[in-house]
Structures are given as C-alpha cells and as structure tokens.
Write a protein that binds this ligand. Sequence first.
Ligand SMILES: [Cu+2]
Length: 450
Amino acid sequence: MRTSWPRIASFAILAVALGYWLPASAEDDHPGHDQPAAPGVPGTDYTPVVTPNGSTLPWQVVDGIKVFHLVAEEVRHEFAPGLIGRCWGYNGQVHGPTIEAVEGDRIRIYVTNRLPAPTTVHWHGLHVPNGMDGVSGVTQRSIEPGETFRYEFTLTQHGTFMYHPHHDEMVQMALGMMGMFVVHPRGRAIPRPDRDFVYLLSEWKITPGKERPDPNEMTDFNVVTFNGKVFPATAPLVAKRGDLVRIRIGNLSATDHHPIHLHGHSFRVIETDGGEIPEAGRWPETTVLVPVGSTRTVEFIAERAGDWAFHCHMTHHTMNQMGHDIPNLVGVDQTAFDQAVMNALAGGKAGEGNGMSMDMPKNSISMLGGPGPFGFITMGGMFTVLKVREDLKTYEDPGWYAHPDGTVASPASDEQLRRDGIDTAPRPSPAAPTPMTTPPSAPEHHHGGK
Ligand SMILES: [Cu+2]
C-alpha cells in the first residue's frame, strides 16, 4: 500500500486552511497550554557559559519553573583601575549577569526597579508572548521605582540573545543597562563546546574628571568595552589546545558596529540572534562584524598554543578615553610626550625628570593599554587575549606564553642580512615636495579700505 504525494499535499493545504499547521504550538501563548520540560541541568544538559569579567544569574526551581530575580539599580562600576563610572546595571553589576537556560525551560523572571526612574526589560530575539516583550507603552506599562514585575514564558528557541530596557532606551542603555541571555539546545547531538564564552559590546562617553556617563553623546564615544571593561582590565579567554571554543558576542552599543577579530585561528559564524546557520551556510572568517542590536556566535578549535589577540578591529575602539581629542602628532618628535604618557601609565605624575609634565585628570585613564611580556601594549578598549596552552589543569589565567626558542620575531643580525642580500642603508629620499606657496587669495594686510 502506498500513499500518493498529491493526497498528502492536499491534506497539508487543508490543514493550513483549518489553522492546524504545526509551528503554532511552539508560539502558543495561551495559559494552560504550556508543557514545560524538566529544567535543564548545567553540566548534564549543557556546558555552562563563562562571561569574562561577569557572572551568571543564579536561579531556583519552583514547581518545575526556573525562577530568576533581576534588580535594576545604580552601580559604581570600575572600567579599569583609575576609571569609575556611576552607572545603572542589574544586581550590582555592569552589565547585568548572563541569564542561562535550556530550550523548553519554563522561566519566570522577577524584575525589581531600584532606580530613580521607570524601566522595563525587553528580551531581545526571544519569541515570547506579546505581553512579555517589555516595550513600555506598547506591551506593558513601565515598572515604577520600587515596583517588582513578573515576566514568564517558555523558551522555544536556542541561541544567543540579550536583554535591555525598552523604556528611555537612549539614557538607560548608555548608563549600562543590558545583559546577555543564552539558551542551550535540548537533547540534540551537536558537538558541545569545551569552552563557551559570552561577550557584550558597549560604548560610553565619560568626560575625564566626571563619573556619570553622558547619555546625550551620539557619535564620539571614548570608552569602548568588552563586558563593561577596557584593556588591561579585560580578563583573558583561556583554552586547552584542541578545545572546541564557542564565543557568543552581542552588541548593544548606541551607534557603533564592531568587527571583532581573532588572531592565529579562523572560525565559523554558527548562529545569529535569529537562529542557527545551517552547516552549509557557514564560511570561514577571522573577523566577525557584530552590528548594533544583534548577536553573532563563532566557533573554532583552539589549534595553536600561544597568546592570541582578540579585539575590535576599529582602531579607535582599542584606545581608551584619553586617546580622543588630542592634537595630530604624527611626524612630531614625541619622545618626551611618550615618556610622559608611559610614566602616567605607570601610575606616577607624568613626565618627571624629562622636563615635560602631564597630570592625568581625576577619574580618567590613558589612551594606551598596559604592560606585556615584551614591553608596553599600546592598546586599550575592546582588547583581550585568547590564551591557548598544551597542558592546563584549570582554566585560570596561565600567565604569558613561554615561546619555544627561536620562534619570536627579533632583531636581524648583520650576518643574516649579508647572507640574504638585505641592504638597510638609507635610500636617497624622493623628490622634495614643492614648497608651499602662499595662495593668491590669501588675505594680506591692507590698510585703509577694502
Ligand atoms: Cu569596535
């Protein structure tokens, strides 16, 4: 006996016409229709994520429902030693802790507002019942100071999502209110990563000497952060050689998209906040552009031991606060200036002993990063290091990489240069540029009349 395809097709059309089509159940927001699976267990059902410089929001299970509590409040946050912000965050943190759950989990999130202003929480990318979407004025009234609201829904997707206020967005997000929301797949035979990292990208305007981030800034941000920190305060990512590493990156910056680049490896973009990319649609990259209001998840095998830079490729995003609004010094002898900056970085009063003095303004950090194994690291902002090691007992920071002999770039010897026919004698300089002449229209000093 066989079933004819036309018959199946006509049944399908009939089913659609009758409103029986399958995905409807997944979107069901009618009370009583939810059949939550048993809550997913960390370590058993998934590899728990690591949020460098951050944390995962704790929960408890009540009658089969995962219950979370977010508290919106003012937080005095350290971006890096020397730079404090009077920010707004959740549960004493900037940004808020990462919410982690499993597809099929029923979750209940209480949100307490301890801010001096109303707020809401929107669950970015999650398919929730409309009234749980957290858009103030559209799907709910705002949560007033002192109130606690309850959000409750079943997770019908897996992937990397975010949360943030959808009330006075410009101000509240500029002050730091945002967090990541990771949903692991349930019961699927996909390779589980050995390391699963979560990053949230953001940007701030903090005028040197001030503590309150300026929410009115539209374009000229001077503090650009990985999980609310700038290098050298950003924690490293640590992996064993051979680990399958996943990095989930969300961007809730006000204006800037961030091309995030990894050294020494190539990765594949495996999902966005819209869902998983089918195997055939993934292609190799070393830089992933994470646009504002989206997430990108990349995966790779940590194949090469070493300290590999992981950073935004916008050059101004690997600078700290003081790199902005300074005169163009390209071509100028900066010896004294550099020394002044280095001294300032070392924590002292800048320029001591070289005749050039530079006091760092209160509550500010220099434009450059921090000390490395080979001298100063001239980066700040969205910069950290992926540390891959052969043997690791724990995933604590293993310190700087010890390079095998002969594998570090170093000064060439005269003998090597001779052997390879490299002539380093100065070349004759190219034709001198035409001397600048006074343009005919240049104003001259006229006396008496125009
Ligand atoms: Cu960037």
